[in-house]
Design a protein around this ligand. Structure first.
Ligand SMILES: [Zn+2]
Length: 404
């Protein structure tokens, strides 16, 4: 039974390491063992953020780790081009344009030849790259773009690279936008040749494409203005008189997937009181943040501090802890443990701060990667954090760009 591997409310490391391999051991140790409010065990759906089953997440899971199924074209909807050009591109990248090759395959045409030149097969590749008009258009732009270097690529690679290109033309127009409109015009003119006997191709095709792209771009460039940012100079601030301040942080070793957490407690004069570094087993960075909060609050409570300001730089973790949580949430047990600690008989305030104000805790969390599994407390500031600690004490600021 699972309870055989527990010692009080935590995992029994000595038993676990006798039974499991290292990676399984790390996964178990990184899982919250449960607390008073964790409730009964229940099955939850681990592929959604709230633990609820959705058909979408089940379907997406079928393609997890299968790189070939990734769909690279969604960016089309974010290009600064008219909606009708976006819809056209969407049809194009799905291979749904009715070229003569496609019409013959469907039994809608007797042969697949190009209506504009002598090419026997009018494929998409031919229309947009090989036919005379396309060659004329793309050649005329070759002095201002990176187009020639991509022309030998397979058709869809060629489309992708050029549509995604942010290289700027005159008036700051991205090449990708000009290219998209160019493709649209090539198709439009191709259809006009077939269906409108009076149609005459413009003499200056590139000028027409450029004019249309620029007109739309100019009219819309201020519709989504970039948010204004300004520099703020941030520093750690000591707590209110007679209060203590706990700074906590989580850290994840990306290669090993091992979570660590760390924190520091200082008094109202900014003097170092306690700190900790914890190595927590396998998990995600948000779990590491929540673990940091639990370990930090435990330490502060056990040290007898009863007026505590807590700061952490994970806004998501702060929101999770300060909001009601459903018991199907994958982090339910960890979050209710945090809430339980917050509701003890003490004065405690939890707030989010930018990481520039949390640098000592950040370094303490990093130190966890050098420790064995478990939580280690220190009797004096470790040498790695002394400079950061002194900088906080002296009120040194660090710049950060923030939204105005
Ligand atoms: Zn042709």
């Amino acid at each position: 039974m699972v309870s055989d591997f527990l010692c009080a409310t935590d995992w029994d490391l000595t038993i676990i390491q006798d039974f499991f391999t290292e990676d399984v051991k790390q996964k178990i140790l990184g899982t919250h063992a449960g607390g008073i409010r964790s409730g009964n065990d229940k099955a939850i759906w681990n592929l959604s953020t709230n633990g609820e089953f959705t058909v979408k997440s089940a379907y997406q899971s079928l393609f997890t780790n299968v790189a070939d199924h990734s769909w690279p074209w969604n960016f089309i909807w974010h290009l600064q081009i008219p909606p009708k050009v976006k819809v056209f591109l969407w049809t194009l990248v799905h291979g749904r344009l009715l070229t003569n090759e496609s019409r013959m395959q469907k039994g809608l045409a007797a042969d697949a030849h190009c209506p504009r030149c002598s090419c026997p097969i009018e494929s998409m590749d031919h229309i947009f790259k090989g036919c005379n008009i396309s060659i004329t258009i793309w050649t005329a732009t070759q002095h201002t773009c990176e187009f020639p270097s991509t022309f030998s690529l397979p058709f869809y690679d060629w489309l992708l690279i050029n549509l995604k290109s942010t290289m700027k033309l005159q008036y700051d127009i991205p090449w990708g936008c000009f290219f998209a409109v160019g493709l649209w015009y090539i198709w439009k003119w191709r259809c006009s040749v077939i269906f409108d006997p009076r149609f005459k191709l413009p003499v200056w095709t590139v000028v027409v494409i450029n004019h249309f792209t620029r007109e739309y771009f100019e009219a819309n460039k201020n519709r989504h203005p970039k948010p204004q940012r300004h520099t703020e100079y941030l520093c750690w601030k000591s707590p209110t008189k007679d209060w203590h301040k706990l700074n906590v942080d989580g850290s994840l070793h990306k290669g090993l997937g091992i979570m660590c957490a760390g924190g520091v407690i200082r008094n109202d004069k900014g003097e170092w009181m306690n700190d900790f570094a914890a190595n927590l087993g396998s998990g995600q960075v948000l779990e590491a943040e929540l673990w940091g909060l639990i370990k930090g609050m435990d330490l502060a409570w056990n040290c007898g501090y009863r007026s505590l300001e807590i700061e952490m730089d994970s806004l998501v973790a702060v929101h999770l802890v300060l909001s009601p949580i459903d018991n199907s949430h994958p982090l339910f047990s960890l979050v209710v443990n945090c809430q339980e600690l917050l509701e003890r008989d003490w004065r405690v305030i939890l707030t989010h701060v930018y990481r520039e104000r949390n640098s000592v805790a950040d370094m303490m969390a990093s130190l966890g990667h050098c420790c064995d599994h478990g939580c280690r407390t220190f009797t004096s500031p470790p040498s790695e954090v002394i400079k950061l600690y002194e900088a906080d004490l002296l009120g040194f600021t660090k710049p950060r760009l923030v939204l105005s």
